[in-house]
Design a protein around this ligand. Structure first.
Ligand code: MG
Length: 302
């Protein structure tokens, strides 16, 4: 199933994408109308997913609405925890980053793990705010996102994919000046509303092998990144296993699995996103994020 979080008639709904149509289960009835319906579905476990599938098969016309991109929110608009992210998880990207930072490259023995604030998440077609007083070096990173279904601790590699609820696309937008100035990645990865996710979550049954997905990123129509998840240093199963040795993974946790080469800061000369630019990130079988960079007029209180 392709699952979407959708704003319709002043409400935020869980919806199922079928072709160009959305089926909104709470319009059928017998389904709770919750703003964080995606998290409720994930936390409900496999039985609830079966119920949703049953409910939306042969759904009545009154529950079907035409897909309107501007109403699509991030599939999990407000995750319960920071996103867990892998750094330098593709050899070609690890090498370009090392060269740009004048470091020697060595194949890592363990993944680099950092987190991203939940408030950095934004919709798949939302504008990304740009404020030169905060950062003049916004960079793109197309990534496969993994959504945990069944939680667990000490998960073995052979069992790890059974813990995946589904997959999504993430643009791990990064403020390079902040990232390097503050040493740790967190702040430069956490600008408000900077990181698009979506457009949907594809349930794991439809992606039996997450290591065979093409990733692409364009800026103003020019291809900047093109790779395949088969080139990940730590694959999805290994990543889940490693993370779960240290902490309990919980339903709805999100893992961004790293970006391939072609990011802006490692280019000669370096390139960054500016107001008016359009950045698009696509993961095969999931869909494409499309976001415009827009100057923020003034900082607004939360
Ligand atoms: Mg990244």
């Amino acid at each position: 199933m392709r699952l979407v979080t959708y704003d319709y008639k002043q409400h935020r709904h869980l919806a199922v994408l079928v072709g160009e149509m959305l089926i909104i289960p709470s319009l059928i009835g017998d389904w709770p109308d919750e703003a964080d319906g995606m998290l409720a579905l994930i936390e409900g476990g496999p039985e609830l997913l079966v119920r949703l599938r049953r409910l939306t098969t042969n759904a009545p016309a009154a529950s079907r609405v035409l897909w309107d991109p501007i109403r699509v929110a991030a599939p999990i608009p407000r995750p319960r925890k920071n996103l867990m992210c892998l750094g330098w998880n593709y050899v070609d990207h690890a090498k370009e980053s090392a060269a740009a930072s004048k470091r020697n490259y060595k194949l890592p023995e363990y993944p680099v793990v950092f987190t991203k604030a939940v408030t950095s998440i934004t919709g798949p077609y939302a504008d990304i705010p740009f404020d030169a007083r905060v950062s003049g070096q916004l960079d793109w990173e197309v990534e496969l996102g993994v959504i945990i279904g069944t939680g667990g601790r000490g998960i073995e590699v052979k069992d790890a994919l059974k813990h995946v609820f589904g997959y999504t696309a993430i643009n791990d937008v990064s403020a390079r000046d902040i990232q390097s100035r503050h040493k740790q990645f967190f702040l430069g990865k956490s600008l408000d509303e900077s990181s698009p996710m979506g457009p949907c979550i594809v349930t794991a049954d439809e992606i039996p092998d997450p290591q065979k997905l093409i990733l692409r990123c364009w800026v103003n129509g020019a291809l900047k990144q093109e790779s395949n998840t088969e080139l990940q240093i730590f694959d999805v199963a290994t990543t889940i296993s490693i993370l779960s040795q240290s902490l309990t993974l919980e339903p709805g946790d999100i893992i961004a699995t790293g970006t391939p080469s072609g990011v802006g800061f490692a280019r000669t000369p370096p390139e960054f996103l500016n107001p008016g630019d359009v950045v698009e990130c696509e993961v095969e079988g999931i869909g494409r994020l499309r976001n415009r960079i827009v100057a923020r007029q003034k900082s607004s209180p939360a």
